[in-house]
Design a protein around this ligand. Structure first.
Ligand SMILES: Cc1cc2nc3c(=O)[nH]c(=O)nc-3n(C[C@H](O)[C@H](O)[C@H](O)COP(=O)(O)O)c2cc1C
Ligand code: SF4
Ligand code: SF4
Ligand code: SF4
Length: 488
């Protein structure tokens, strides 16, 4: 039974079959799509089905899969490649890992189908080395598929040759970007290069290459088995099928979900996710990973699809959703994501390398109570310039968390800059921890837990905090049984 509001296409087999047993996969119509394509179909017919299905890439860009395959198929070359992008660098996201661990044969089958469609005989899975179980299961699936004559030379006696090898990524976020990934696979530094040429015309070793995300691939066998019309009947006008999301942060039900495109944000956050824990108020959700944007309660009725998210200053990304509640400071959230991107920039182009640092410095100033109104203007101006001038998708989206939080939480930024207050009580430089004299009974507990001994007072006497020495760790607040200590 499907869990409430969910629909499993990409994750259809996860948890239902033994991922290490090829016969389990065959038992759920596994390899039927490949067998039927190479025995009864044509490459053009497969591409037509993919186009008709409306499947768009789940790795972030949302490019139509069938159209991309058609480009590679049209390019003549002595060698072509199919690459599965299993780099999955978004913090907190593990959709691809779950698919590879739970249903590795569907990825192997889909890569072979793509190879047949575009005329490639070699597939490469670029997978992060931190995914040992996914790697182990993928290797076993490839070996078992070879033993069953479903990979290798002359597959099912049709003359079609296709085999798969693995390349390991070392965890750099930018190596998920397809051109950086190709460089990394070739043994060079994982730095993006300008497009065109797109990988479909000149990719791995300069040959036509299809790079597809794991989740994109997981959708392909069921599309061919059940038909493009079935798939395109699910979702919205321009975003067909389902999407797997990783729910994380301040949400009651944390984990992976798969939902039809067009479901509203409210249905995801409240009906599936169970809302924020401890009765806290939902404040925002970051979609699209560290380069995405924040959606708020104003977006709760928005049907989730590629175009609607972009129209609201965010993006689908690969499917990470980090939920924030009333206790999160949105300036601090923007700083957190900039901290990540500043570390992960490859440094090749100036707007991204230097711009990320300057954005981060301004955000630090604001959270430390030293920001000015001019800083807020500079954030917007610099953010827009970086988006316009950075070389790759990383830099072009990196200012999104800043720009989207400024747009939606302008009051919060102004409170930091003008009033020198952090309304959520997060930015320590803007906080005071104080003891309410009327509530303090002088139990002395707070002074005993304070790590810097900055609370003074006698037994049964009102206690006082030395503000100059307080490091705002909050230990006293947790310790006080009389709610006599507050942040303000
Ligand atoms: C900074 C950056 C990181 C990316 N990381 C990933 C990733 O981890 N996995 C992925 O599939 N695509 C990632 N992408 C998107 C890829 O460049 C590419 O569009 C995708 O793999 C194509 O597959 P698809 O058409 O199936 O989505 C990233 C893009 C950028 C700009
Ligand atoms: S935008 Fe950033 S990640 Fe992309 S090439 Fe330039 S420096 Fe590297
Ligand atoms: S723990 Fe609370 S009640 Fe006890 S001394 Fe500290 S502030 Fe007063
Ligand atoms: S917040 Fe930490 S450092 Fe400050 S008074 Fe309380 S326990 Fe001491």
């Amino acid at each position: 039974m499907e869990p409430k509001k969910q629909l499993r296409i990409a994750t259809r087999n996860c948890g239902f079959i033994d991922p290490e047993n090829i016969e389990d996969y065959i038992g759920v119509r596994g390899y039927e799509a490949l067998a039927s394509a190479i025995t009864n179909g044509t490459p053009a017919g497969v591409i037509e089905q993919m186009k008709k299905s409306g499947l768009r890439g789940r790795g972030g860009g949302g490019f139509p899969t069938g159209v991309k395959w058609a480009f590679a198929a049209a390019n003549q070359a002595d060698q072509k490649y199919v690459v599965c992008n299993a780099d999955e660098g978004d913090p907190g996201a593990f959709m691809d890992r779950a698919l590879l661990e739970g249903d590795p044969h569907s990825i192997v089958e889909a890569m072979a189908i793509c190879g047949y469609a575009i005329g490639a005989s070699i597939g490469v899975v670029y997978i992060r080395a931190e995914y040992p179980l996914a790697i182990k299961r993928l290797i076993k699936s490839i070996e078992d598929a070879r033993d069953y004559g479903l990979l290798g030379r002359n597959i099912l006696g049709t003359g079609f040759n296709f085999d798969i090898e693995l390349k390991y990524g070392a965890g750099a976020f930018v190596c998920g970007e397809e051109t950086a990934l190709i460089r990394s696979m070739e043994g060079s530094r994982g730095e993006p290069y300008t497009k065109p040429p797109f990988p479909a015309s000149a990719g791995y070793w300069g040959k036509p290459t299809i790079v597809n995300n794991v989740e994109t691939l997981a959708n392909i066998p069921p599309i061919l088995v059940k038909g493009a019309d079935w798939f395109s009947s699910i979702g919205t006008e321009n975003s067909k099928g389902t999407k797997v999301f990783a729910l994380a942060g301040k949400i009651t039900n944390v984990g992976l979900i798969e939902v039809p495109m067009g479901i509203t944000l409210g249905e995801i956050i409240f009906e599936i996710g169970g809302g924020c824990p401890n009765g806290k108020q939902f404040k925002a959700v970051q979609t699209g990973g560290p380069s995405g944007g924040a959606l708020t309660s104003r977006d709760i009725d928005v049907p989730i699809d590629y175009d609607n998210l972009i129209a609201r200053g965010s993006m689908m990304g690969s499917g990470g959703m980090i939920v924030m509640d009333e206790d999160n400071c949105m300036v601090d959230v923007a700083k957190f994501f900039l901290d990540f991107t500043m570390d992960e920039t490859c440094g090749k182009c100036t707007p991204c390398r230097i711009g990320s640092k300057r954005l981060h410095e301004i955000l630090c100033r604001i959270t430390q109570g030293e920001g000015t109104l001019e800083d807020m203007e500079n954030l917007q101006c610099l953010g827009a310039t970086i988006k316009d001038t950075a070389l790759c998708g990383f830099g072009q989206t990196m200012p999104n968390p800043v720009l989207s939080t400024i747009r939606t939480f302008m009051d919060e930024y102004r409170a930091h800059v003008v009033d020198k207050k952090c309304p959520a009580g997060v930015c320590v430089s803007l906080l005071e921890i104080v003891i309410l004299a009327e509530s303090c009974v002088g139990c002395t507990l707070c002074s005993r837990v304070c790590p810097v001994n900055c609370i003074s007072g006698t037994v049964k006497g009102v206690h006082v905090i030395d503000q100059a020495a307080c490091i705002k760790c909050g230990a006293c607040i947790d310790a006080c049984k009389f709610q006599a200590i507050v942040k303000r």
